[in-house]
Design a protein around this ligand. Structure first.
Ligand code: SF4
Length: 329
């Protein structure tokens, strides 16, 4: 059990790296965006922080031609689909999402063939190919509204069975066909860890990400995306909050809510892929303009339809871009 996020000291070598990154960023006219789960020192140096979709949409609004996307592959790919004219760089080419890799094109096509006429909703944590074969995309912020907005009773939801089950519990009138994908990071946490943490901090409120399995969600006072958690943490009267998502989130929560305390139920609440990006790799990315992520025009044209459908059918999403936090240094 840990009380505080693991913070790196601003040691001299980190300062040197940061200076070189900032100088190169200016020289290359680049912008750095980072997901809320990234390492503290990466969050510190980013121009914009947010969840995957907030970042992709924020990228649409910036003038920079080069974007260094500190996150995992599907996020950079989504940014590239929405911003084909920009060079999108992923600092570590191996940084992927195990959940996104749990579904492939072949599997999805087979499922569609077995269920003709049933719309496919795909979570943004998916490849461009899967998005291209889906009817509408969604994020954890809007999955409920997207599924509710469909006129069909039966809906295919891929790839996250936990997010899909959560939606099913909220929309009993729907019949949701689930793909058996999951986030290993959110699945790793045990019910006992939540019970123990709640006992240790009896006054703390518990907020959980819907990628958590139902066995954890049943204890939550609030269930929502990382952007939803940021709002909840700011507005709740609770002064102590147990955070049911990846540890990197605690760093941002603490920065934005200095008067509150945040606890993680487990020191194992870490996404190894998100932690692959270090300042060293970020520097390497800017020095060598690697690793560029792009999508073939044929797939991009199909994939953008499912993303646009999500963006168009939810006017509230337009406001959410503002939530992508422009970092002040
Ligand atoms: S936290 Fe889970 S869903 Fe997010 S990138 Fe890591 S493995 Fe994928």
């Amino acid at each position: 059990m840990i009380k505080e996020p693991h913070l790196l000291d601003d040691k001299p070598y980190l300062s040197t790296l940061k200076k070189r990154i900032l100088a190169l960023k200016q020289e290359k006219q680049a912008i750095i965006v980072a997901h809320n789960y990234e390492r503290p020192e990466v969050q510190q140096i980013a121009d914009i922080l947010g969840d995957s979709l907030e970042l992709s949409r924020a990228v649409m609004k910036v003038d920079a031609k080069v974007v260094v996307f500190c996150g995992v592959h599907f996020m950079a790919e989504t940014a590239s689909i929405l911003n084909p004219q920009k060079k999108i760089l992923l600092p570590v080419k191996e940084a992927g999402c195990p959940m996104a890799d749990m579904i492939d094109l072949k599997g999805l096509l087979k499922l569609k063939k077995a269920n003709p006429g049933i719309p496919v909703v795909c979570y943004v944590n998916s490849s461009a190919q899967v998005k291209a074969e889906s009817d509408v995309c969604c994020t954890s912020s809007n999955a409920l509204e997207i599924v509710a907005s469909l006129p069909h009773k039966k809906v295919i939801f891929v790839p996250d069975r936990n997010l899909g089950s959560y939606i099913q519990s909220k929309l009993p009138e729907k019949n949701i066909l689930l793909w058996e994908g999951f986030c290993p990071t959110h699945m790793r946490i045990s019910e006992q860890e939540i019970i123990t943490c709640k006992k240790q901090y009896p006054k703390a409120s518990f907020m959980a990400h819907p990628e958590c399995p139902q066995r954890l969600l049943k204890y939550a006072d609030y269930i929502g995306s990382t952007s939803g958690m940021l709002k909840y943490a700011k507005n709740t009267k609770a002064k102590e909050i147990i955070v049911g998502t990846e540890l990197g989130m605690i760093y941002r929560l603490k920065r934005e809510n200095p008067g509150k305390k945040f606890y993680s139920p487990s020191e194992h609440f870490i996404c190894a892929d998100m932690k692959l990006t270090t300042l060293g790799w970020l520097l390497h990315s800017l020095e060598n303009m690697v690793y560029e992520v792009s999508v073939s025009e044929k797939i991009r044209k199909k994939a953008i339809k499912s993303l646009n459908k999500m963006l168009m059918c939810l006017p509230v999403e337009k406001k959410k871009t503002k939530e992508a936090k422009k970092v002040k240094r």
